[in-house]
Design a protein around this ligand. Structure first.
Ligand SMILES: [Zn+2]
Length: 335
């Protein structure tokens, strides 16, 4: 069966030293300190060690072959977003990353699809780069769950979403810049607690602003099975009903009505949770995802889904039908 992993990260092997180039800021750069490994550095601060499968396309194809997965949808690592930078500098950086994706996809069209990154802090530049990314063959964009602490309902982002709908570019919302992380460094809490909350923040901001009604053809996928949104929807709906004066101020529609209007990936690490997610949004809205190549990802690329007692049609939905629909890609491309 065709399998498309919709949530994977990649980075070019060589990055410019943007801090030197622009003369400010702690932009990420790579130190290739030993063969097959690199340190991601933020200024002088060590951020994370990555290995060759974060940049080597052929090695990645081989690793995916072990899990019978042909296609990877690649996007940058959220720490690269650099929304905090001066807009033109972020545009320059985004173009470098997006060109790298486009080149990769041109070389390996049956194995890779790409999601661009945009200078979201500047609406005009973001749309300009979005249009360019459409032309160079990328399928959509990856954006953060907040943009420099602004929520996705802010009016300044609306024209970007509108342009995505018009151009048929898919959107993946990825948690980053986690709320409260300063106060919960111990126990990896920004990743374990902050990330699911971030994704919920993004979904609620978009639903309550009414964006899915204003832009009904917008195709949005939320990472990590929607974070904690689906598990807490009962509470969210109850809040909507009991305090409409706080919740329903921009959109009178019950949040539950939006189930089935956006996609989520399968990264639950838990078959019982995935069953619940499938029940909530429908199998046509659940896409295979892994977060490869990072340790918190599902690095067996959906093997636990293979092992679940699901109808063949449900597995087909998750592994390729829902991904193709979300990305607006034809199956023939991979044959
Ligand atoms: Zn990810």
């Amino acid at each position: 069966m065709l399998k498309i992993d919709t949530h994977t990260h990649i980075i070019p092997k060589k990055l410019p030293n943007w801090s030197d180039k622009f003369g400010y800021g702690d932009f990420i750069y790579l130190q290739h300190h030993k063969k097959g490994f690199a340190k991601m550095m933020r200024g002088n601060q060590f951020f994370r060690e990555i290995n060759e499968n974060a940049w080597n396309p052929k090695l990645r194809i081989d690793e995916y072959a072990k899990f019978n997965t042909q296609v990877q949808v690649v996007c940058t690592i959220p720490v690269m977003f650099s929304y905090w930078a001066k807009p033109l500098d972020c545009l320059d950086l985004s173009q470098f990353l997006n060109d790298d994706l486009a080149e990769l996809i041109e070389k390996h069209p049956k194995h890779y699809l790409g999601l661009a990154t945009l200078p979201m802090q500047d609406t005009e530049l973001a749309i300009q780069e979005l249009e360019r990314c459409k032309k160079i063959g990328l399928q959509g964009i990856q954006i953060g769950s907040n943009i420099n602490d602004l929520n996705l309902n802010e009016e300044r982002f609306y024209p970007i979403f509108e342009a995505c709908e018009k151009l048929g570019m898919a959107i993946m919302v990825h948690p980053w810049n986690m709320m409260g992380q300063k106060y919960m460094q111990r126990y990896w809490l920004p990743w374990l607690v902050g990330m699911p909350a971030e994704t919920t923040r993004a979904i609620c901001s978009m639903i309550f602003s009414g964006i899915f009604d204003k832009l009904p053809k917008l195709r949005v996928m939320f990472s990590h099975a929607g974070g904690s949104f689906l598990a807490t929807l009962g509470r969210i709906e109850h809040g909507f009903n009991c305090r409409p004066d706080l919740v329903a101020i921009d959109n009178p529609v019950n949040p539950r009505n939006y189930l089935g209007k956006f996609w989520v990936d399968s990264i639950t690490h838990d078959p019982i949770m995935l069953e619940y997610v499938l029940k909530m949004v429908g199998s046509d809205k659940v896409v295979l995802g892994s977060d490869y190549p990072f340790p918190l990802g599902d690095l067996e690329i959906g093997r636990f889904i293979e092992d679940m007692n699901l109808d063949a049609s449900v597995k087909e939905d998750i592994f390729y039908k829902a991904p193709l629909e979300w990305l607006g890609v034809d199956k023939n491309r991979f044959e």
